[in-house]
Write a protein that binds this ligand. Structure first.
Ligand code: IFM
Length: 448
């Protein structure tokens, strides 16, 4: 798509960074936080590389001021983080934990003082274990529990937070948790997957209602992973598998939440769990659409697989990031254009970035030129999407800091800032300097 210059972006375009609670906070037993499903899952052998846990992570709970200072140095206009549900409601419902809420007060106030807009996500996968013990996402009562939690958060922080998201990547934690056994609760249970999908969608609807009722001036959305779902091979069976993956990965949540229906195969699978009025409860016009995007995903036919398709790797000859994820900026551009055409909402890219296995060089620096290359080509692709008409209004790098990368533990690093885990020292990488420079020049361009 040729030459696209910086001025293609809207004047008030937001440049930000993202993180999530379990991946950075640590302090899992501090100030009354209750256990989350990830605390137990990490302790169960074989689930997380190297036996890593989020017990300490980046110790952001105690070092949030230093992390805000890092964001100020980057010059970001916004920071997307998530609340740890078990930190504010240790058993998931009932009595709130004042110390946990006070931590987020301090974080939000610190961000505002640094002129950084807080974007608050209610759920980035750390379900309170006490709720999992009552069935978790397989118990329809969780819809009400989530609504109550959303009310608590909106009431407490709605005076200072203008952007709320209900869920981050709902298709990842449901598909990996109930379809592929890669996340808690570690099941391969198609019926569970379809039930959980529907109850998460209902919880989204309840969450939007609570946020709008108790934080009426806030703008509310959800954050979806959206990637082209491709066939691993040229057969019709693989093509059909890719269509199924597309429904599960890209459409299970936004179609129900924004268009009011499930895509065809999922509609049949979820039908037993749908009660009259459910789709109306789920379908709430959001104020914006959050896109998380890294690379395309692949499926191949497998008649023996519980979901009728198997996860597949990208073709061997594609360009890859240092941790082996396909790099395909054109797919990012096309995804943004598709999301725009399909949902007609303001789009914010709330995650994009590259993972690597890194350590400082002899001079103590992290010269992450491959990440800079990734970010540079992907932000160029974003500009192309805007020129093609996509209403993209912000871009947030995943992630501010290296952090706990779920099943990969601490081995995969996505941060603009390196974390030396033994000492918890933060070292901005070359990509942090690159991003700060990009933001400065974009701001200067917008001011002209
Ligand atoms: O670290 C994750 C994040 O929690 C959700 N989106 C993808 C990131 C990289 O794997």
């Amino acid at each position: 798509m040729g030459d696209v210059n910086r001025s293609s972006l809207p004047r008030d375009f937001i440049w930000g960074v993202s993180t999530s609670s379990y991946q950075i906070e640590g302090a899992v037993q501090v100030d009354g936080r209750g256990p989350s499903v990830w605390d137990g899952y990490c302790r169960s052998p074989g689930h997380v590389a190297n036996g890593d846990t989020g017990d300490v992570a980046c110790d952001h709970y105690h070092r949030y001021q230093e992390d805000i200072a890092l964001m100020r140095d980057l010059g970001v206009g916004a920071y997307r983080f998530s609340i740890a549900w078990p930190r504010v409601l240790p058993t998931g419902r009932g009595q709130a934990n004042e110390a946990g809420l006070a931590f987020y007060d301090r974080l939000i106030d610190g961000l505002l003082a640094a002129n950084i807009e807080p974007w608050l996500c209610l759920y980035h996968w750390d379900l309170p274990q006490a709720l999992e013990d009552q069935g978790g996402w397989l118990n329809r009562d969780i819809v009400g529990w989530f609504g109550d939690y959303a009310q608590l958060i909106a009431t407490r922080f709605g005076d200072r937070v203008g952007r709320f998201a209900t869920f981050n990547e709902p298709s990842v934690f449901t598909l990996f948790g109930y379809g592929f056994a890669w996340h808690p609760p570690g099941a391969t249970d198609p019926a569970g997957l379809y039930k959980a999908t529907h109850y998460v969608n209902l919880a989204h609807g309840a969450g939007v209602d609570a946020l709008r009722a108790h934080a009426p001036s806030a703008l509310v959305g959800a954050i979806h992973n959206v990637q082209p779902a491709r066939a691993a091979g040229p057969t019709a069976a693989d093509e059909a598998a890719a269509v199924l993956l597309d429904e599960h990965w890209n459409k299970a949540f936004p179609e129900a939440q924004i268009l009011g229906h499930y895509p065809p195969a999922l509609a049949r699978a979820i039908e037993p769990y749908i009660q009259p009025g459910d789709l109306a409860r789920i379908c709430r016009q959001p104020d914006w659409f959050g896109v998380n995007h890294y690379s395309p995903v692949y499926a191949r036919a497998d008649a023996t697989a519980p979901l009728g398709f198997a996860w597949a790797d990208a073709p061997a000859d594609v360009p890859r990031s240092p941790i082996g994820w396909q790099m395909d900026p054109a797919a990012f551009r096309d995804t943004l254009i598709d999301v725009h055409r399909r949902y007609r909402l303001p789009i914010y890219v709330l995650e994009n970035g590259a993972g690597a296995v890194e350590k400082p060089d002899a001079a103590g620096a992290i010269e992450d030129h491959e990440r800079i290359g990734y970010l540079s080509t992907y932000t160029d692709a974003l500009r192309e999407a805007v020129v093609a008409g996509a209403d993209v209004r912000g871009y947030f790098v995943w992630s501010l800091l290296d952090n706990f990368e779920w099943g990969a533990g601490y081995a995969s690093r996505f941060g603009l800032v390196y974390v030396d885990y033994p000492t918890l020292r933060r070292i901005p990488k070359a990509s942090a300097r690159w991003y700060a420079q990009l933001i400065r020049s974009e701001r200067a361009g917008a001011a002209r």
